[in-house]
Design a binder for this molecule. Structure first.
Ligand code: AMP
Length: 191
């Protein structure tokens, strides 16, 4: 399986990506997490990424694309992968197309987790208290929502046209949402 997960900030993408990847025994690759690890370790990549992340903006695609290219070239991604939070721009879609084509495979599913916008802000502010992420302040959350709407939402219709899109309602308990996602993926696998 080669899948991508999209969804507005706070929709539960990361949590669901981990659950689903475990069930398919493939790596969940989160660009946001790789950036955060680099910021934490103070690497040159982290230093570059931080200024964008702190504002709620996307890190430039040249940086992000190369990072994903390297990561999916690792041995554990040979049997498949779940990309959490990539691609997020049209440019990244084309890059990913190239990367996957080079391996002789194809993308199986683009899954989008949908959620109510105001509920998302509440969830993220809650997460700020438990996880302490630097970009979970109300101002930065609003900016991340704007950037998502402008740059990432258009990808939904693109993947719909390619007949790869699955939309899943992300409201409710974590397990309930995972069950919904698994049911939708199984339905695709059987068709
Ligand atoms: P996330 O953990 O997916 O919410 O990502 C956190 C932050 O990392 C985003 O707000 C961006 O600044 C950056 N980021 C993650 N993925 C990407 C991407 N595909 N393209 C550009 N920036 C990204």
């Amino acid at each position: 399986m080669r899948l991508i997960f999209m969804g507005p900030p706070g929709a539960g993408k990361g949590t669901q990506a981990k659950q689903v990847a475990t069930r398919y025994d493939i790596p969940a690759i989160s660009t946001g997490e790789i950036f955060r690890a680099n910021v934490g370790a103070g690497t040159p990549l982290g230093l570059k990424a931080k200024e964008y992340m702190d504002r709620g903006d996307y890190v430039p695609s040249e940086i992000t694309n190369q990072m994903v290219r390297d990561r999916i070239g690792e041995p554990d991604a040979e049997k498949g992968f779940l990309l959490d939070g990539y691609p997020r721009t049209l440019d990244q879609v084309h890059e990913l197309d190239d990367m996957i084509k080079a391996t002789g495979h194809q993308l199986d599913v683009a899954l989008v987790i949908t959620a109510d916008r105001d509920e998302l802000v509440a969830r993220l502010l809650q997460r700020a208290q438990t996880e302490g992420r630097a970009d979970d302040t109300e101002e930065v959350i609003r900016r991340r929502q704007e950037v998502y709407a402008e740059q990432t939402e258009p990808l939904i219709s693109l993947y719909r046209e390619r007949d790869l899109l699955i939309e899943v309602d992300g409201m409710g308990d974590i397990d309930e949402v995972t069950d919904r996602i698994m049911a939708a993926l199984e339905a695709v696998n059987q068709s």
